[in-house]
Design a protein around this ligand. Structure first.
Ligand code: AMP
Length: 223
């Protein structure tokens, strides 16, 4: 297992930029815990006994909007604390989508003495690429593996063999709303926030999955 000096890697990028795929790569290489707020929200949605107030807050997700901060903090902070308690760092995949969230997480990391161990990693792609990728994205309905972009014609997950699915919010109308609300215009202030704190590295996410992983490894291995 490789080492670097960070306890928290914040992945930043528009929908479809490869955050989930690269989070899995980083967790594998460095032994971090993977926290995807999208996955936590989808798991909550599939929990019949979930608090009704929490389920009400999920309505925004179906429309491609951001869900209320309170729910994000409740789910994410609990998950992060579990990994910290076990002595692991975390990769945050989509967990920070506004500057307000970045500031709130910043306070949370400071309370845990981790403020100097945070790095943001931007995976940069255009809104046009985001649209093209989301429109043909396939995920495994069981293990949630995200298939590489060149997987046209596949019906089974290459990892677990179960049937592939399309995410509910990868529907054309919702994709449009997500890019309007979560595209590069809304990502730019977050990038600026971490750049101004001296805590940003960027990779070109338009390259192949393997090339993006190599760039991430080259950046993190020297830190
Ligand atoms: P993802 O799986 O990361 O694409 O997230 C799916 C959806 O979950 C997003 O379109 C948002 O509606 C919601 N979501 C995920 N993370 C956040 C967050 N940090 N803040 C607000 N909403 C979020």
């Amino acid at each position: 297992m490789k080492k670097n000096k960070f306890s928290v890697i914040v992945l930043i990028g528009v929908p479809g930029s490869g955050k989930g795929t690269q989070a899995a790569f980083i967790c594998d290489r460095y032994g971090y815990g993977h926290i995807s707020t999208g996955d936590l929200l989808r798991a909550l949605e599939a929990t019949p006994a979930a608090p009704p107030d929490d389920l009400l807050m999920l309505a925004a997700m179906k429309e491609g909007k951001l869900v209320p901060d309170a729910l994000i903090y409740k789910l994410a902070f609990q998950a992060i604390e579990t990994f910290f308690r076990e002595g692991h760092g975390v990769v945050l995949d989509g967990a920070i989508r506004t500057v307000e969230q970045a500031e709130e997480y910043g306070k949370f990391f400071a309370e845990h003495g981790k403020e100097d161990q945070v790095i943001a990693l931007e995976i940069a792609i255009s809104d046009e690429s985001s649209l093209a990728r989301l429109s043909k994205r396939k995920v495994c309905g069981t293990c949630k593996y995200i298939l590489p972009p060149d997987s046209a014609g596949r019906y089974e997950c290459p990892k677990c063999g179960n049937a592939l699915a399309t995410r509910a919010d990868d529907d054309p109308t919702v994709i449009k709303a997500r890019i309007e609300r979560q595209g590069n215009k809304s990502v730019a202030p977050i990038i600026e926030y971490y750049r101004s704190c001296g805590r940003l590295i960027s990779v070109d996410g338009e390259q192949s999955v393997d090339r993006v992983s190599e760039d991430i490894a080259s950046a993190l291995d020297v830190m």
